[in-house]
Design a protein around this ligand. Structure first.
Ligand code: UD1
Length: 337
């Protein structure tokens, strides 16, 4: 049984990836410092898969703790690195927290991987690296624009650090650039757990529909799009999780090995904010109280993926729709009350 380490494995995307890894017969060791997740997620994973993964509460900014980890767990086939801070607004207020959490920890992890001969690595990147791309759909060769936030900068820098390290060592790495992850496992045993007021659209829609929030603010009705609201590519978290499994299998399969590859992971289809609200109203039979307000600072007009590299090289295709994502997020939200 191949052993995979998942950092941030109790987070939103991490937990869904742990489930898919266990479903595919991998042995999983989760590292998570619970800074933005809950230990109860372990139970959710166990309820779905029948297996409780190994768990270590480690802050990856503690290099000695990583050293001890590698002494305890040997024979690691690969690492999927989700652990990072991800709130765009907070990163503007606390840049050093973001550089430290997202960059120092990455460097320590890569250093200790090299010492311990662990060569396969998957990095959680984001379409945020592109900023407002000049052409839609966005291909992996679209140039990086100056990052809008320290958070975005950590994703750009993270990719450079990994690429340079892969070029100079035995590291084989894949960076997956996620578009907008949504939804939850169909069992509603795991899902997205926003802390405080949600910043992302789907959790805000869910909390408004269930009555926790009075009104959804739709940021901007005057964008140059068909209905005036901004367009994103919403990818179901279960499809996204599965992309990590195929990427890891590619790394584990010697003949595919190249030192560093990047793949967009999205649906290839853009949806406007109003389309999301309408689709949600259809799947849930709920009305969403919303109001169009000013644009949010730093937001882009549109972003949707060209996924042909992931389709052709990884053999990965999304199987679930926007409505599947919204229905599963709603089921999850209802399970929380
Ligand atoms: C945001 C981050 C991005 C990060 C991603 C992670 C910004 C500028 N970007 O992407 O770097 O990788 O989350 O999931 O924060 N919207 C509303 N009302 C709301 C919330 C959102 O109208 O209450 C709109 C936004 O203006 C946007 C769309 O919904 O057009 C999606 O927003 P969101 O879910 O926050 O994702 P992004 O901004 O695309």
């Amino acid at each position: 049984m191949k052993r995979i380490v998942v950092t941030g494995g109790l987070g939103f995307i991490g937990s869904h990836t742990v489930v898919e890894l266990q479903n595919e017969g991998f042995e999983v060791v989760v590292i998570d410092d619970l800074s933005n997740s809950s230990i109860e997620v372990l139970e959710g994973i166990a309820l779905i898969t029948g297996i409780t993964p190994f768990f270590e509460n480690i802050d990856l900014k503690d290099q000695n703790a990583i050293k001890s980890f590698f002494k305890k767990y040997t024979n690691i086939a690969g690492i999927i690195h989700f652990a990072a801070s991800k709130a765009v607004g907070e990163s503007v207020d606390k840049p050093l927290k973001y550089y430290h959490n997202n960059i120092s920890s990455l460097i320590y992890l890569l250093e200790e991987m090299a010492v311990n001969g662990v060569e396969n690595f998957i990095f959680s990147s984001s379409c945020t690296v592109y900023g407002q791309a000049d052409m839609m759909p966005i291909t992996e060769s679209a140039p990086f624009k100056t990052a809008e936030s320290p958070y975005g900068n950590t994703k750009q820098m993270g990719e450079s650090i990994i690429k340079d390290t892969a070029n100079a060592s035995n590291l084989n790495a894949v960076s997956l650039r996620y578009f907008n992850p949504i939804g939850a496992h169909e069992s509603a045993k795991i899902g997205e757990l926003p802390v405080g007021v949600p910043q992302n659209l789907i959790p805000y829609v869910m909390q408004t529909a269930i009555g926790l929030r009075e009104q959804l603010s739709v940021y901007g009705g005057d964008y140059p799009t068909f209905d005036g609201t901004a367009i994103r590519d919403y990818i179901h978290v279960v499809d996204l999780a599965k992309a990590h499994i195929v990427a890891m299998c590619r790394l584990l399969n010697e003949k595919n090995k190249t030192s560093f590859e990047v793949f967009n992971i999205g649906t290839g289809k853009g949806s406007s904010v109003l389309e999301v609200i309408q689709a949600f109203e259809e799947v849930s039979n709920q009305k969403v109280n919303y109001k169009i307000v000013d644009r949010r600072a730093g937001d882009i007009v549109e972003a949707y993926a060209d996924t042909s590299s992931a389709n052709n090289d990884l053999g990965w295709y999304p199987e679930l729709t926007l409505k599947d994502g919204l229905a599963s997020a709603w089921k999850w939200q209802q399970s929380l009350v």
